[in-house]
Design a protein around this ligand. Structure first.
Ligand code: COA
Length: 380
């Protein structure tokens, strides 16, 4: 049978294809709900912390106070980078893309800490190590590229506080720290998104967690996935004033360009994470006396919905929150990675429990009967 006569159907982008069974995250795209291990994201964002959510994702249940305290202490102890890795980060070009730095640093850490890189249940050690170390990697590179010495460890700070401190060199206010903690909770997992799928594909070959996370970082880097919030903030800068939103956005849509931060493969209503972060953008903006980006985004939301029927996704607000916290634009996606690493690890652990090599098929549409022409006969 000719391959092109196949009855196979190609689902472009694997849209609506169910590839794995998972108990980690449930997305109700029509109802606008997101659950981690059965818990509503709104409750977790209101009452939980990133550390507690990481525990929930890895162990499938909420921790007791003792278990949470133990996890926090272990994470704090795992923050320092080994000296060779610190030197490696310091030797990278200062104009490197920070996602490239992160990908390289995770890969290097795997070689430096071989004990943690065996696939299987022991990968929980790697999950802790990477979750603790990613903020240190981001902070080290940020300090170095602006010509500052690395910061001393601050064991008294939680994960979000430490991340902000490592990046900005200052302690955030209560509202800023909590806004970042909530952003980390909201980004920690999102079912079979592209980077998580990449991580699971890598793990399904019985490769190790560090390799899976390296694949995932490379996938998250793309502007249609993790890079969207950076582009959304760039668009805000281009627009400048609320009075210009209508003109700039409609012109963009007329040119069939995408407005970053809108639309979603799964949500057909507003992304619940966007709703939560919008409130935090307002809260942080109000306490900083700067509601400019909030007001621009409110107008943009109206125009894009009127023109295209699209709703905001989480990336519309995350970048503006980070910008208010003083985070440089190109660290938005690394922050995403510092949160999503918890979800990547949870999915890799789940994959190891019920492993099956992920290997889909392609519908061949090329020729099948070409005659091989020796190179000397192919002309110039
Ligand atoms: N701006 C303008 N138009 C958009 C759009 C956006 N952000 N998102 C989707 N559309 C339009 C497409 O142009 C397409 O229109 P058409 O049918 O007239 O060609 C239609 O909506 C469907 O888009 P499609 O790309 O098929 O949907 P998808 O499910 O693949 O899209 C995204 C999902 C996320 C890739 C898409 O919405 C997007 O590119 N958004 C911007 C990037 C972003 O914010 N990413 C972060 C996601 S959390």
């Amino acid at each position: 049978m000719s391959p092109t006569a196949s009855t196979q159907v190609v689902e472009r982008g694997l849209q609506d294809i169910v590839a794995v069974e998972s108990h980690i995250t449930f997305i109700d795209g029509q109802g606008g709900r997101l659950l981690y291990e059965g818990y509503d994201i709104r409750d977790l964002a209101e009452q939980s912390t990133f550390e507690e959510v990481a525990y929930l994702l890895w162990y499938g249940r909420l921790p007791t106070a003792t278990q949470l305290d133990d996890l926090r202490q272990r994470l704090v102890g795992l923050r320092p980078l080994p000296e060779p890795l610190a030197r490696l980060i310091d030797s990278l070009p200062t104009d490197s893309n920070p996602m490239d730095v992160l990908r390289t640093a995770v890969s290097a850490l795997a070689m430096l800490e071989r004990a943690e890189t065996q696939p299987g249940p022991s990968s929980i050690g790697g999950a802790l190590r990477l979750t603790a170390a990613l903020p240190s990697m981001i902070g080290r590179f940020q300090r170095r590229r602006v010509g500052l010495a690395p910061l001393k460890e601050r064991p008294d700070l939680n994960n979000a506080e430490n991340l902000l401190y490592q990046i900005t060199g200052r302690e955030g206010s209560e509202a800023e720290n909590r806004a970042l903690d909530v952003a980390l909770i909201l980004h920690a997992d999102h079912e079979l998104n592209a980077s998580t799928f990449a991580a699971r594909v890598t793990a399904s070959t019985l490769s190790d967690l560090y390799s899976a996370v390296t694949s995932a970082i490379g996938t998250l880097k793309g502007p249609l996935h993790g890079g969207a919030n950076e582009r959304a903030v760039e668009l805000l800068a281009e627009i400048g004033e609320v009075s210009r939103v209508e003109e700039v956005v409609t012109a963009k849509l007329a040119r069939h360009e995408r407005v970053m931060g809108f639309g979603h493969r799964v949500y057909k209503v507003e992304d619940p994470r966007a709703t939560i972060l919008r409130a935090w953008l307002h809260r942080v903006g109000e306490s900083a006396g700067n509601l400019h980006s909030y007001e621009l985004l409110e107008r943009m939301k109206e125009v894009v919905h009127r023109e295209k029927g699209l709703y905001p996704n989480v990336d519309l607000y995350s970048g503006s929150v980070y910008a208010l916290l003083g985070v440089p634009k190109d660290l938005f996606t690394p922050i995403f990675a510092a949160s999503r690493v918890a979800g990547w690890a949870a999915h890799v652990l789940e994959e190891y429990q019920d492993l099956r090599l992920i290997r889909p098929s392609a519908l061949y549409v090329g020729p099948t009967d070409l005659r091989y022409v020796p190179i000397a006969e192919r002309g110039s």
